[in-house]
Design a protein around this ligand. Structure first.
Ligand SMILES: Nc1ncnc2c1ncn2[C@@H]1O[C@H](COP(=O)(O)OP(=O)(O)OP(=O)(O)O)[C@@H](O)[C@H]1O
Ligand SMILES: [Mg+2]
Length: 269
């Protein structure tokens, strides 16, 4: 599809999450106030993958926690809609968070247990999708870092969540393994028709996996720019050397640099 057609198809999808005027202030243990987010408005459409990039401490993890409802905004509203009713999230945390006392199979099963469902077919399908079928009975300590990330991917999708929230899912994974995991993740998102939001420091990862990249300012985090990725929904590793991929990555990088320079020139930002 040409860029305009991709954009039109995206615009015709209903919103799954709509944030309007979101602010978040924390009170620290010392009694100070920290403003993590200010005036953030964004929407994530059904079957869209939205990437968020921004400097450390600008509120990216906070944003995901607010969407998941495990923390609450101090200003603004969040509307959560699911085409099939109940709103459920899948979460891939910034740190690997498999439960060490549970096998691969039981880790993947966990989100189903939490919502009181049993779906052995979904567990088998997801474990197969991430290529871990020979390790179902293994424990996390017996797996490599890349394999642990695969199990985290399967766990995040197994209960067919309304949105999968991914907080730097491949940080600390070597480049070679990371590209393979990114490709697997993009295939899962497409085959499962999932909606996803990805936080990353890696511009190429943001472009490869997403339909749009939002760029945030240093804390207090605001959304300062948006880059639409005009690549087909089905992503292939060969696209990394395409002109469109290169153009999108360059645009994101330029916006990030501009924001960084403004931030340095203006101590109030
Ligand atoms: N529970 C908390 N109590 C107080 N301050 C907090 C809390 N959680 C986060 N913050 C502050 O809010 C700001 C944003 O934190 P957040 O973890 O969302 O940033 P981030 O963009 O995810 O950073 P990174 O890229 O390093 O993961 C930081 O200044 C942080 O110190
Ligand atoms: Mg974070």
């Amino acid at each position: 599809m040409a860029g305009d057609a991709v954009e039109r198809a995206r615009m015709s999808q209903p919103d799954v999450v709509t944030m309007t005027g979101i602010g978040k202030r924390y009170s620290t243990a010392k009694g100070d106030d920290v403003t993590a987010l200010t005036d953030v408005s964004l929407s994530v459409r059904d079957q869209e993958t939205l990437a968020i990039v921004g400097p450390s401490g600008c509120g990216k993890s906070t944003l995901l926690r607010l969407i998941a409802g495990v923390d609450h905004q101090t200003e603004g509203t969040i509307q959560r809609d699911s085409p099939d009713g109940g709103f459920v999230v899948g979460y891939i945390f910034q740190e690997s968070s498999l439960m060490p006392w549970r096998s691969v199979y039981d880790n993947v099963r966990l989100p189903l247990e939490v919502v009181g469902r049993s779906d052995p077919e979904a567990i088998d399908e997801l474990i197969r999708m991430v290529g871990m079928q020979d390790f179902e009975k293994a424990y996390p300590i017996e797996l490599s870092g890349g394999m642990q990330r695969r199990v985290s991917l399967a766990r995040a999708f197994v209960h067919k969540p309304s949105i999968v929230l991914m907080d730097e899912p491949f940080t600390g994974v070597d480049e070679f393994t990371k590209e393979g995991l990114q490709h697997e993740l993009s295939r899962m998102i497409r085959e499962l028709g999932a909606t996803a939001m990805l936080v990353t420091h890696d511009i190429e990862e943001a472009v490869f996996l997403s339909d749009r990249v939002l760029i945030m300012s240093p804390r207090p985090g605001r959304i300062l720019a948006e880059v639409v990725v005009e690549l087909p929904k089905e992503r292939d590793p060969s696209m990394r050397s395409s002109i469109k991929f290169f153009d999108a990555a360059r645009e994101v990088r330029e916006r990030v640099l501009e924001i960084h320079q403004v931030g340095q020139a203006d101590p109030a930002v």
